[in-house]
Design a protein around this ligand. Structure first.
Ligand SMILES: NC(=O)CC[C@H](N)C(=O)O
Length: 191
């Protein structure tokens, strides 16, 4: 059994907690930097990246979390979590944690396609079908040499991995599937 932290400052953290427990692991809601010591990996949830980024500073967690991730700590960022991890945002000088070699476009699907769901077979998940839920989602516009795409939708990268870090534009925690969480635990947390 692993202990997985979920950053719980804002956004869709409770859904991740429920999925972690459904798989028989222990989930911890993380609100203080001291809590980072007792966990095997962390999920940065969807929500509003500007708000979460500000709260990371206000709660004095930003530097500790950044250093931990840069020293190899397993992390999965969903949606806003992807924005937090990116080294660069499109047309935006903001950098939050800035750990992952990706350039991310926020609200990339514009207003008409603000939110949509698609079902795709995912190579990284042994070609299993997965329901991908996009909510005012970002995508990866450019990816560095050290990161690799795990999935694309209409040629846009919506999931990627770089060593101890993975990101998804969509929200698996809002479905009843745990495939992406299993991928995170089996490939990044247990290695
Ligand atoms: N569902 C989400 O996490 C949306 C992310 C949000 N649009 C942002 O820029 O922070």
């Amino acid at each position: 059994m692993k202990t997985i932290g979920v950053l719980a400052l804002q956004g869709a953290f409770i859904e991740h907690v429920n999925h972690i427990e459904k798989l028989g692991h222990k989930a911890v809601e993380i609100r203080r930097k001291e809590q980072l010591e007792g966990i095997d990996g962390i999920i940065l949830p969807g929500g509003e990246s500007t708000a979460i980024g500000k709260l990371l500073v206000d709660f004095d967690m930003k530097q500790a979390l950044k250093e931990k991730i840069e020293s190899g700590f397993p992390v999965w960022g969903t949606c806003a979590g992807m924005i937090l991890l990116a080294k660069k945002l499109v047309d935006d000088p903001t950098v939050h944690l800035g750990c992952m070699d990706i350039t991310v476009k926020r609200n990339a699907y514009g207003s008409q396609l603000d939110s949509f769901i698609t079902v795709d077979n995912i190579k990284a998940l042994d070609d299993k079908p997965s329901k991908l839920v996009f909510i005012r989602a970002p995508y990866i516009e450019a990816i560095g040499n050290t990161a690799k795409a795990l999935h694309t939708v209409d040629e846009n990268i919506v999931a990627a991995r770089q060593e101890n870090m993975m990101v998804t534009s969509f929200h698996p925690e809002l479905t009843d599937e745990t495939l992406w969480l299993e991928y995170f635990i089996n490939n990044l947390v247990i290695n």
